[in-house]
Design a protein around this ligand. Structure first.
Ligand code: CTP
Length: 421
């Protein structure tokens, strides 16, 4: 199989193609092989426009130096696995790796790597669909090299592991498998599914470091089909391994998806909301265990625990008939947007209306006076300042104060009636 330049032009920008071509030339002049590899080639075949470019070469450190001299490169960053990230002046970056073999000293460890041939390099990979190479030198530009049946599996839509220890050596591949399955609507090869199930049952996931589990789980939550992936993680027992014993149901996910579809809130990945959904029926101690295993940050854990403890009470309070704006504000003020949108899915029509009032209006209300203004009024500094300013905000939230002058008048009134503070 050969991919034509015309076809590649549709998937890769001209600038990227130029860089890849120059890289191929440098390698060919040095007498070294050089290919696009892995997910990059898979996506070319599936006609997914490219962002991530991975290149593999049998070259050595000298080649990397040549490359950085001959291409206009801003920075070259080497990593522990004989790989380098080339950062170009225009901000584009690509990964270039020396072909390698991996040996796992013990299951789930990071691999020890040895230089090897390109052929060996594809054998260390996760699934057949990720083992393809595409030539980028003049003599083989666009030619696909398929040593392990990757093209057939892509065409049939099958996720197939390369060997029986794949999910034991590296259980992150379990998450990867679910991601690829749902992203491309593929299915698992039967033997591969058995190998995954066995690795899950044998508890290999727990042996991964929290950082690695976090990375995989968050990548899964960022996928367009995150809902299906979470359901898979639940059904297959992965979430149980991470401390969440209850099987998930689809209803919370569906409600949440409906809510975010209705709002045009950009720059939001909603990972925290999705974690709230995952943990919503779990007990406090299970949420703590999950948080530890997944390497959640302190602020993330505290919101999971806070909404578990008070979510129902908050929604109940927000559903009360007469609730002034300042009460709504102080109830919701510490909850991040992802928590608010999660609560939207849990409440009554009235509580939803009030969350929206907070989100669209109350949260941005600020008072005009500051500590300095209180000083000018002759009020002695101390904790009383905070109390006064909060009182002014309460009043403003309830629609009583329209200007800085009115705020100052209000302060004058209350400082002569300390019982109001
Ligand atoms: N790889 C692997 N085992 C892993 C991670 C990566 O074998 N645990 C190999 C695969 O060949 C993969 C390549 O390294 O295609 C690049 O990895 P990465 O960039 O993480 O994955 P992609 O396949 O490009 O997936 P995505 O599209 O999600 O970035």
């Amino acid at each position: 199989m050969r991919i034509s330049v015309k076809e590649l032009n549709k998937l890769l920008s001209e600038e990227i193609l130029k860089k890849i071509t120059s890289l191929g030339e440098i390698c060919m002049n040095a007498g070294l092989q050089c290919y696009l590899v892995g997910g990059t080639v898979r996506d070319v075949i599936l006609k997914v426009p490219q962002i991530d470019i991975d290149i593999v070469t049998e070259g050595n450190d000298k080649l990397f130096k040549d490359v950085s001299k001959k291409l206009i490169i801003k920075k070259i960053a080497f990593s522990q696995f004989n790989t380098a990230k080339l950062l170009f002046k225009d901000g584009f970056s690509l990964d270039i790796a020396q072909a390698r073999k991996e040996i796992y000293p013990y299951p789930t460890s990071l691999p020890v790597v040895r230089r090897s041939s390109i052929h060996e390099d594809v054998k260390r990979r996760d699934f057949t669909i990720n083992t393809l190479l595409m030539g980028i030198t003049k003599k083989d530009f666009g030619k696909i090299y398929d040593y392990l049946g990757g093209i057939e599996d892509i065409e049939k839509g099958i996720i197939r592991a390369l060997h029986k220890n794949s999910f034991i050596d590296d259980p992150t591949r379990i998450f990867r498998a679910f991601r690829f399955k749902e992203r491309f609507s593929f299915r698992f090869d039967r033997e591969t599914k058995n190998l995954m199930d066995n690795s899950i049952k044998a508890g290999y996931i727990k042996k991964l470091t929290p950082q690695r589990i976090r990375r995989e789980l968050f990548l899964s939550l960022k996928e367009a089909n995150w809902d299906k992936i979470i359901m898979n993680l639940s059904r297959s027992g992965v979430l149980k391994e991470l401390g969440i014993k209850q099987k998930m149901t689809r209803s919370s996910i569906t409600t949440f998806m409906r809510i975010i579809r209705n709002f045009n809130v950009t720059n939001q990945n909603w990972e925290l909301s999705k974690l709230l959904i995952i943990t919503e029926n779990a007990q406090k101690k299970d949420i703590k265990a999950f948080s530890q295993k997944v390497g959640l940050r302190r602020n993330e854990v505290s919101i999971l625990l806070e909404l578990r403890r008070n979510g129902k009470i908050i929604v109940k309070t927000l559903s009360k008939k007469d609730l002034p704006n300042n009460k709504i504000y102080w109830l919701l003020e510490k909850i991040p947007i992802e928590g608010l949108f999660y609560l939207l899915g849990k409440g009554t029509p009235l509580s939803r209306k009030r969350i929206m009032l907070y989100f669209n209006n109350l949260k941005d209300i600020k008072i005009n006076i500051k500590g300095d203004d209180l000083k000018k009024l002759g009020i002695k500094g101390g904790p009383i300042y905070k109390k006064i300013l909060q009182k002014v905000l309460d009043e403003k939230l309830n629609g009583e104060l329209k200007s800085k002058k009115e705020e100052i008048e209000f302060v004058k009134r209350i400082i002569y009636k300390p019982s109001q503070l």
